[in-house]
Design a protein around this ligand. Structure first.
Ligand SMILES: Nc1nc2c(ncn2[C@@H]2O[C@H](COP(=O)(O)OP(=O)(O)OP(=O)(O)O)[C@@H](O)[C@H]2O)c(=O)[nH]1
Ligand SMILES: [Mg+2]
Length: 402
């Protein structure tokens, strides 16, 4: 028999226990951020450190797979790498980059919180900073590009450059009449990795406005790059528009003659040329996506290469793109095995899609791309050639997508 006050204490205890049960049940229905989830449930924390996706094995399914209630992106495995996302953008790109960030965060970075560096030739405005900082789960940094990296070097004849723009505009060459596009291509080719904000990092992942990722990224690509000594990676490759680079290969050959010591022994010349280096076949990695090693770009080899090309003036007298410039460097200055194709990273930048080949892989990674949109095995892609050059077996099912 309970007396009055004891009864009230018992009611209170029941009420508290009931609340605790209610809180527990309702909490378990809310997706718990996986970084927290892994701490709550160490059993779900798979150690994958001994078996990253194997080098040049595009058919390998990523080893870190689905994990727990809150989606199929797995928990971060081990330490993060010293890496950052990097975006060159104008203030007017804010909503297009917002879309890209959302995709990158949802499919990958919400579990890793890597930093994001934004670079611009003008000051970013408050709206750009507010929107992007709200979307990025890591720390954001905003940098203005030094004038000397976004202007004409003294050896460029600006009247000649202007005439070229007018002529290329009349010939309807894409961005042929644009001055800012040329500064952009030169900046991406030779300077972004030297911006003071980038000096803090070892690896970068370039993200452009309005891109999409279609699959969960169930491993850390930065860590994969580091552990496998990769220096440059891509998801899409294609042929360059010749009228934008008529003398680029002459300039590259001059560099090769002057700096034979910089050319890698086991290079990918076969990817770039069908005649042992006499001419360029125009194959390049599409650089609006790239994950790469900043220290390689800051190396003497790469800087000598860029400087030599820059002196020849083709960024202004033609319309050399950063894609062929980076790709030729990766092909000649790096060993073959240091260049990587990420089949698992499903990507779209207008007008091309990389949708991973292999149905089970697409299901495991919760992909929402249509495999028939995959560009890899179509005639205008250079990815088949990359596989051939590297003695890689094409993933099962590729024929149906060609
Ligand atoms: N700050 C700044 N960024 C630029 C400028 N021009 C281009 N960019 C950025 O440079 C990158 C490449 O430019 P894009 O316009 O996407 O060029 P593209 O990918 O060849 O062509 P699109 O098909 O238009 O995407 C993007 O991240 C742009 O936001 C510029 O004048 N200033
Ligand atoms: Mg773009």
């Amino acid at each position: 028999m309970s007396s009055g006050p004891v009864k009230y204490v018992r009611y209170l205890l029941f009420a508290a226990a009931g609340l605790a049960v209610f809180f527990f049940l309702s909490r378990s229905a809310i997706p718990i951020p996986e970084t927290i989830g892994s701490k709550l449930n160490p059993a779900s924390y798979k150690d994958n450190s001994a078996s990253p996706p194997s080098s040049h094995d595009s058919t390998a399914t990523p080893k870190e797979q689905t994990n727990g209630a809150s989606g199929s992106v797995s928990t971060p495995q081990g330490a993060r790498v010293n890496a950052t996302f990097v975006t060159l953008a104008r203030n007017s790109d804010v909503w297009d980059i917002a879309k890209s960030i959302r995709s990158v965060e949802d499919r990958f970075n919400r579990n890793y919180h890597y930093d994001w560096v934004f670079l611009n030739d003008k000051e970013f405005d408050d709206e750009f900073k507010k929107i992007t900082t709200a979307l990025v789960s890591g720390t954001t940094h905003y940098g203005v590009i030094p004038k000397e990296h976004w202007s004409y070097p003294e050896w460029i004849d600006q009247d000649k450059a202007k005439k070229v723009r007018e002529d290329m505009g009349q010939r309807k060459i894409i961005y042929g009449d644009s001055e800012s596009y040329r500064h952009m291509c030169r900046y991406e080719s030779g300077f972004f990795f030297r911006h003071p904000l980038m000096l803090n990092y070892e690896y970068y992942w370039r993200v452009e406005p309005s891109i999409e990722l279609f699959c969960d990224i169930s491993f850390d690509p930065f860590r994969f790059m580091k552990e496998n000594n990769k220096k440059y990676s891509f998801v899409l490759s294609l042929y360059e528009y010749f009228d934008t680079i008529p003398t680029l290969w002459d300039s590259v050959k001059k560099f090769m003659d002057n700096h034979p010591e910089h050319i890698a022994k086991e290079n990918s010349m076969e990817f770039l040329s069908d005649d042992g280096g006499k001419t360029y076949n125009k194959c390049h990695f599409w650089s609006n996506f790239e994950i790469g090693h900043l220290e390689w770009l800051r190396s003497k080899e790469y800087l000598d290469y860029f400087e030599s090309l820059d002196r020849d003036g083709g960024f202004f007298y033609e319309r050399w793109g950063d894609a062929p410039v980076h790709s030729i460097a990766a092909g000649l200055l790096l060993e073959k095995q240091q260049v990587h194709f990420f089949n698992e990273i499903a990507y779209y930048h207008v007008p091309f899609t990389h949708c991973p080949t292999g149905e089970q892989l697409r299901l495991d990674l919760k992909c929402h791309c249509n495999p028939s949109d995959n560009f890899d095995w179509k005639g205008y892609s250079c990815t088949s050639r990359f596989f051939h050059v590297n003695n890689m077996k094409k993933p099962a099912g590729y024929e149906a997508e060609s």
